[in-house]
Design a protein. Structure first.
Length: 84
């Protein structure tokens, strides 16, 4: 899909793909991934994923990459964070 598709979805508030909770598959399989304690986790096309806060809460530095500025601002606002 083209970037414009995703940008338009965020702009229109059509984000049915966004989960309001941590992805259940991440919860079920995280330990099996073998990420070392304190290991950095990369989350591409992260949107406002709650997965990132969950990972950070487990002591992992998290790098999220997102196309939509709306999603990025929303994530930081919802979690009371400042971008670094």
């Amino acid at each position: 899909m083209e970037p414009e598709f995703w940008l338009a979805r965020w702009e229109a508030g059509q984000t049915g793909f966004h989960r309001g909770e941590v992805n259940p598959l991440l919860l079920a399989h995280w330990d099996a991934l073998g990420v070392p304690e304190g290991g950095t986790v990369f989350v591409p096309l992260c949107g406002k994923s709650r997965d990132m806060a969950w990972l950070a809460g487990r002591g992992h530095p998290v790098v999220g990459v997102e196309l939509s500025p709306i999603a990025v601002r929303g994530f930081f606002a919802e979690h009371g964070l400042e971008p670094a």
